[in-house]
Design a protein around this ligand. Sequence first.
Ligand code: SF4
Length: 326
Amino acid sequence: MRTHPDACPGAVELHQAADGGLARIRVPGGTLSAAQWDVVRTAAAELGSGVLELTSRANLQIRGLTSGVELGARLRACGLLPSDTHERIRNIIAAPLDDNQALVDALDTALCSDPSLAALPGRFLVTVGASVSGLGGDIGLVDDALLLAGTDTGVRVDDPVDAVVTAARLFQELRGTAWRLSEVDGGVRKITAHLGTSAAPRVTPAVTPVAPSPVTPGVPLGRLDAGQLPGTALRLTPWRSLVVPPGTDTSGLITDPASPWHGVSACTGKPGCAKSLSDVRADARAWLGTPHSRPVHWSGCSRRCGRPAGDVIEFVATGDGYEEIR
Ligand code: SF4
C-alpha cells in the first residue's frame, strides 16, 4: 500500500535536485519536430545547465533550472505542453521504428481530454507496439491486442483509443493509492471482465532495443549537449538512443554496436543527486573498455534509478566502492 502520492517531476512543477530544479518533459511516442527540438535544447542552454537527459521512458529532462515558468511558456508555444493538468500522465512509449505516431497522438489527445484522468499517477504508462510491450506498461497495445499490467489477457479491440481510455478510467477508479495497475488487487481481472476477452492470450511481451547505427545512434550515458543536433527532427527511444534522418551529423553519438559506450547507462549520481554515494558517471567512464556481454547500469545508491528493463549487470555504489549485481 502506497502511503504518499508519487513525486514524479513535470515540466512546470520541478523536482529540486542537488544541482537545481529538474524538469521532465513528456514526449509521447518520443517524436520531436526539428523546431521543437531546437526549442528544448535552447531552453536547456538558456534556462538550465545546458544538458539534456534521455529517460528510460523516452522522455527528456533539463537540470539546473531556477523556475519552470519560462520553460513551461516555451513548451506550450511549440506544442510540447498541450495540457497543464495532465502533463505528468502523458507517458506513452511507442516502438520507435514503427509508423505509430498518429495513434500515439490520438491516445494522448483522448487521455488529456478526460478530466478524471488528470488524477492518474505520474508513473502511469502506456506502450504502443511489440518491441516495447515488455517495458512494464499499465496498458499496452500490440496490434489489436490490449495488454494490462504487461500481460496479454486476451482482450482484442476494434477501437484502440477508446479501449485505452476506458482501461485508464477503470484503473483510476480502482487504484486507491496504488501507482501501477500491477499493484491493484484484482485490477487486471476486473478491467478484463469489463472489456471482455475475445481471444486466447498469444502476445508475449518483449523488449527489443534498437541497435546503434548512423540513423539510430545511441547517446552516451543518455546525455545530450544543448549544442548537439541543431535543426534535427528526432525520435527518442526508451534505450537512450535516437532515430534521426539519414545524413545527420552524429558526432559524439554511438553508431557502432562495437562501441564501448553501447549498452552502458548510469543514473545521475553526484553531484546532481543528493542521495548519491559516488560520481557514477565518472566511474562508468573510467571503467569503459571492460568487455561486457550484457547491458551495464551504474547507480549511485540502492534506489537504482533508470535501470534498463531486462537482463542487466549492475554496479551499485555502497559508499565503499560498488556492489556488482549479476
Ligand atoms: S539511484 Fe540513487 S543516486 Fe542515482 S539518481 Fe537515483 S536516488 Fe540518485
